[in-house]
Design a protein around this ligand. Structure first.
Ligand code: KG4
Ligand code: ZN
Length: 342
């Protein structure tokens, strides 16, 4: 079995996976309440909390899965990209467990984890029948908006990414402007449900050509201008319309680019992962588009979409199987490394 550790941002997560990719246990500690007073993730607070939470979570994951150390044959840890102080906690812990227990460990890329999430299995989830490599994957979260052709385990071709804000960041910044709380994506989703998506006109960037990159900073500025043009009472009265229109602008672009990427690669298997894939409108629109194009869409359950260690363990499983073992002097890296993606 593989032990997975994830501490790249503000969630501490530990998972145990068997060698078929079946999740035996997954436990996480969410830090939202610690960062909420600041309206965003505070790196120093995040790493300190990882230090407190990680080892107790390892013990909890082993106990809940009824797993003994001799069954663990490998350790996978997120070593990039992310907040450096947060990554450091996971990497140092993985190295220590590796030394103490005599088990090989491997540092993996967090985005690779998100891309592999649809292939995880447990008692109530498995990928849709026939879903496998190659597939197009949209990894969309607070930290990234990346579109890949996932050709085989370890072979991911980057097709496009955001040139400024990530989609989750666009949701969160808008929520902050609207004073909806932190993290705001879920609030926008909830309020948008009763709003008019056509009420306000917001820009959709890079839609004219075959470009597969994304940009959300213009949208954010347009929303700010729109809010400035409304009185506080008007903005309050029209909060659902504002949320629905803003959300639609993000979802339109994400779904259109996913479909374009699939056409470009001739891919009939699609997945959307990352925290933003929790968005109800994105899920519905991606499903509609996949059905219209005769494609199979894997939408992993939320526990595998938000930051979690099960996806990291799966990335590690493939890497270890391919013979990749990390050395004790492995350093975490804030960015992806050359060679992670093609
Ligand atoms: O993957 P994740 O848990 O952490 C990162 O790696 O960032 O994603 C968190 C992001 C946040 O920006 C949050 O606002 C967004 O996912 N999010 C949503 C929804 N639920 C979470 N965005 C839109 N609609 C949602 N329902
Ligand atoms: Zn993530």
């Amino acid at each position: 079995m593989i032990l997975g550790l994830e501490t790249s941002c503000d969630d501490t997560s530990v998972a145990v996976l068997d060698l078929n990719g079946e999740v035996k246990s997954l436990v996480s500690a969410n830090q939202d309440s610690s960062h909420r007073p600041f309206g965003g993730v505070v790196p120093e607070v995040a790493s300190r909390q990882h230090t407190e939470n990680l080892l107790p979570l390892v013990e909890q994951a082993m106990a809940e899965g009824g797993i003994a150390w001799p069954s663990i044959t490998g350790i996978a840890v997120t070593s990039r990209p992310g907040l450096i102080g947060s990554l450091l906690v996971g990497v140092v812990s993985a190295k220590t467990l590796s030394l103490v227990r005599g088990i090989p460990f491997v540092g993996v890329n967090h985005i690779e984890g998100h891309l592999l999430a649809p292939l995880l299995r447990d008692a109530s989830y498995g990928p849709p029948m026939g879903f496998d490599f190659p597939y197009v994957g949209l990894a969309v979260s607070g930290g990234h908006t990346h579109l890949f052709h996932c050709e085989a385990p370890g072979r991911y071709r980057l097709l496009g990414k955001t040139v400024d804000d990530a989609a989750g960041e666009a949701f969160d910044k808008f929520a902050k402007m609207m004073r909806l709380g932190f993290p705001g994506g879920l609030q926008v989703d909830r309020l948008a449900a009763t709003g008019d998506r056509m009420a306000f006109k917001f820009p959709r960037a890079f839609m004219q050509d075959e470009d597969l990159n994304f940009s959300f900073s213009g949208l954010k500025t347009a929303a700010l201008r729109q809010l400035e043009s409304l009185s506080e009472a008007e903005a309050k009265a029209r909060v659902s319309d504002l949320c629905a229109s803003y959300q639609e602008a993000i979802v339109d672009v994400l779904v259109e680019k996913l479909a374009r990427a699939a056409r470009k690669c001739g891919a009939k298997n699609w997945t959307v992962t990352g925290g933003v894939s929790a968005n109800s409108r994105l899920r519905a629109r991606a499903q509609e588009m996949a059905s219209a194009q005769g494609a199979r869409l894997a939408l992993p359950p939320l526990r595998y979409c938000t930051d979690n260690a099960a996806m990291i363990a799966l990335a590690g499983l493939y890497r270890l199987r391919a013979g990749a073992v990390s050395p004790q002097d492995l350093s975490p890296s804030a960015a992806s490394l050359p060679g992670d993606f093609q």
